[in-house]
Design a protein around this ligand. Structure first.
Ligand code: COA
Length: 322
């Protein structure tokens, strides 16, 4: 049995922050941001009740409603995130409590922007092994709390939000998947955790924010992601044109356009929401999936390819029949 997605949901914070609004905070401009990234605005949390957990729960509930599945029917909840509200319990366990999904095992996955794909692949592996049959997969981030809001090279790029999918063990659905990691390249996209100040060591109390070598990440993305997609298509015995839609990690429209060029495909096959969401890391692919699904763009038997890359370094792809 393979993972078949039977429902999607998403949640974006109410507050929309435009490029012009950011220009009042740091030395940047709408023209610079749009021309380098395709980003026009992003949603950011702006109230105490908007948290990683609250967005995950709303997206999860929406996906369950869309799938016609009750929380009690879930036997697995996976949450992909690098921005949990708590180090423990996991966001997945907190979502389980909020939803009342009392029969589910729940845990988080940290694979940065590739997290939703790693979670989907994990669910698919559990289904193939016959261990679980019904799973909720959530990608959620409050990246705005990891960002140095005085660093123009990163603060203009990211946004907050959550996306979710319900997957059921089925005869069809996932056709092929790939994932990979290269820890040796991890220092180009980093966010340190809290320091250790136990009685035997003092490593400082300063907070550390997200650091990114943008050009190196760009080079990694435009090389690794098309390679990963080509390898996946080869594994499935398909040509790039056979796929109806490519739902790629929404980091930068120039990266998406570069991949479309490398695959010799029209941009129409690459739906994008980076202009109004920015980069929402693990949430980006499921938010886009929900948008495309709710627009009615995925008739039964559509072929979609999800793919992304991120810190770690990590990358992944999944080819699915809808
Ligand atoms: N506004 C205005 N100028 C800015 C700026 C901003 N927000 N951020 C950086 N700059 C400046 C730089 O200081 C630099 O100025 P200098 O030439 O005087 O030194 C200039 O713009 C060019 O910077 P550079 O870093 O070379 O720009 P770039 O064309 O590489 O674009 C990124 C920067 C971040 C948009 C691009 O590298 C990128 O998209 N990388 C991938 C990021 C990514 O996908 N991250 C997520 C991974 S999951």
């Amino acid at each position: 049995m393979r993972a078949k997605i039977i429902g999607t949901g998403s949640c974006l914070p109410d507050k929309i922050v435009t490029n012009d609004a950011l220009s009042a905070l740091v030395d940047t401009s709408d023209e610079w941001i749009q021309s380098r990234t395709g980003i026009c605005g992003r949603h950011l949390v702006s109230a105490e009740h908007e948290t990683t957990l609250s967005m995950a729960v709303k997206a999860g509930q929406a996906a369950l409603t869309d799938a016609g599945i009750l929380p009690q029917q879930l036997d697995l909840i996976l949450v992909a995130t690098v921005s949990s509200d708590f180090m423990t319990p996991s966001t997945a366990c907190m979502v389980q409590k909020e939803l009342g999904a009392s029969h589910a095992a729940a845990f988080d996955i940290n694979a940065a922007c590739s997290g939703f794909l790693f979670a989907l692949n994990t669910v698919d592996a559990y289904f193939q092994a016959g261990i679980y049959q019904t799973a909720l997969i959530i990608g959620v981030e409050t990246l705005s709390k990891l960002i140095d809001w005085s660093d123009r090279s990163t603060c203009v790029l990211f946004g907050d939000g959550a996306g979710a999918a319900v997957a059921k063990a089925s005869e069809e659905g996932m056709i092929a998947s790939l994932q990979g990691s290269d820890g040796s390249g991890g220092d180009i996209l980093v966010c340190r955790n809290r320091s250790n100040n136990n009685p035997y060591i003092h490593t400082g109390t300063e907070l550390d924010y997200l650091f990114m070598d943008g050009q190196e990440v760009f080079k990694f993305a435009v090389k690794k992601e098309p390679e990963c997609i080509q390898a996946l298509l080869q594994q499935a015995g398909m040509q790039p044109a056979d796929v109806d839609y490519y739902l790629l990690h929404q980091a930068n429209y120039r990266i998406i356009a570069s991949i479309a060029r490398k695959l010799k495909l029209p941009l129409e096959k690459f739906p994008s929401n980076v202009s109004h969401c920015g980069n929402t890391s693990a949430a980006s692919i499921p938010i886009l999936l929900d948008e495309v699904n709710k627009k009615g763009m995925l008739p039964k038997d559509s072929l979609i390819l999800l793919s992304g890359f991120g810190a770690g370094l990590t990358w992944g792809a999944a080819l699915l029949k809808w």
